[in-house]
Each structure stands twice: as C-alpha cells, then as structure tokens.
Write a new protein. Structure first.
Length: 250
C-alpha cells in the first residue's frame, strides 16, 4: 500500500466514524437556545417583565454550554483530518505511556514516542536504545547540556503531555539522521486488542521539526499487510506459470 492509499483509506474511515454530523443534535439545540436568548433580550423592553432578562441569560448560558464542546470537537476533527492528508508514515518506539493504556479500559491516553523521517537498517534498535538512555536520565540533572535536554523532554511529558508537542533531540545524543520525541495521544479503539501491548506504533506525522502526529489504526495496517501478501503470492503464481526454457545437453 502506498502512502497516498494509506492516507485515503484512513481518511475514509475517519470521516465515516467521526463525522461532524454526530454533533448535529447539540449544534441545533445549542443554537436554538442562543437564538431564544437573543430574542428575549431584544424584546425585553416590549415584554416589560423583569424576569425576561434573567430568562434570556439562562437561555444564552445553556446554548453556549451546548455549543462549546461542538466547536471544540470541530477544531480537533479538522486538525486530525489535516494530519491524515499531509502526514508521512513513520514507525515510532514508545518511551513511556500512561499505565492505563497498557490494560483494558476506556478512553485514550498519552505516551511519549521517538521517531525519525529517515530509517536506517538498525532503525528500531537505535530508537529503542535512545529510549533506554532517556529513561536513565529521567528525573535527573546531568552535567552535560544535551543529556539535560533529553531529561527535560521526558520529565515534561511525564508531568503533562501536550498533544502534538514535538522536540528534536540533540544530535550529540542521537547521531544522524535526526530523531524526534513527540507526545502522542494513543487512541484506544484503534488498537487491535483495545490496549497497548507492544512498543512499536505506526503513525502519520507531519514533516518538519514541529507538527502533528497521530497513530494509524491497527486494522488498517493489517489490511495493508494482507494486500501486500496477496500481491506477493500473485507474483509468485504468475512466475510459476511462465514457461521454463528447455535446455539441451550436447
């Protein structure tokens, strides 16, 4: 599966399952409350009742209460869609994650991951070693400035993860090519078993030293793997059906 095919399949799934249409009820109700509140404020001098303004404010407050999560989810929905459209597939190694995501439950949780846009032959081993070294300096103040920077990154993620926060690790700590540490929201219902039971996650990350990153649903990766296997088997069958040259011994 190509990067473009992965993006398109992911986008189709995302739009079908998290469409803004699901917020239509709250949007209509909240908008209706706000409209009634505004009308009461406009016509309060005509109505002449001292309770009219209080009722108007109550309707406005109720409407805004309903609208706020809709508008917030709309921004998050659009941001996720943007990452799917522009992100590059990367394999991430988990440094640490909220313990609740390692067991069955509800709700997504944050983790800290390492990744690079350039894979080397020892890519995963290299990232795992860097993750181990970050754990060694966690909660410490090393004399070396670059080690202190690595410690600060893991400590900040431990204290409070920030969605889409990304740091480029010091080159003296990682070597080349560049490696990034990012706070990742691990979406529980995109995990095959409903909880995290492995260290490597495939994600879509926007290129650059800053940008968004989201995990790719497991089922989508399994679908890509099955498609690749089917193509390989088809190629082997076609090769087996080709006529073999006849050789003669003189």
């Amino acid at each position: 599966m190509t990067t473009e095919q992965l993006r398109q399949r992911f986008l189709t799934y995302f739009e079908q399952n998290t469409s803004l249409r699901s917020f239509r009820g709250d949007l209509l109700l909240g908008g209706g409350f706000v409209l009634v509140g505004l009308l009461l404020l406009i016509f309060s001098p005509v109505i002449g009742s001292p309770r009219t303004i209080g009722a108007a404010l109550a309707f406005l407050a109720g409407g805004l209460y309903r609208l706020y999560p809709v508008l917030k989810n709309q921004r998050a929905w659009r941001r996720t869609r943007q990452i799917i459209e522009n992100g590059e597939p990367v394999r991430c190694v988990t440094v640490q994650a909220n313990q609740e995501i390692y067991q069955p439950g509800v709700g997504s949780r944050f983790g800290l991951v390492l990744f690079s846009f350039e894979e080397t032959p020892d890519y995963l081993e290299r990232l795992a070693e860097l993750a181990r070294r970050m754990h060694e300096v966690k909660g410490t103040q090393p004399a070396d400035a670059d080690l202190r920077a690595a410690a600060a990154i893991i400590d900040a993620s431990e204290a409070r993860a920030v969605e889409y926060r990304r740091h480029k690790l010091p080159a003296s700590f990682t070597g080349e090519p560049p490696v990034y540490a990012a706070d990742l929201l691990i979406v529980r219902h995109w995990l095959r078993d409903g909880y995290l039971n492995r260290r490597v996650l495939t994600c879509l990350a926007e290129p650059g030293e800053t940008g968004g990153i989201i995990p790719v649903p497991d089922w989508l990766l399994e679908e890509a793997w099955r498609a690749a296997e089917a193509q390989r088997e088809q190629a082997e069958r076609e090769q087996a059906q080709q006529p073999r040259p006849i050789g003669f011994r003189l």
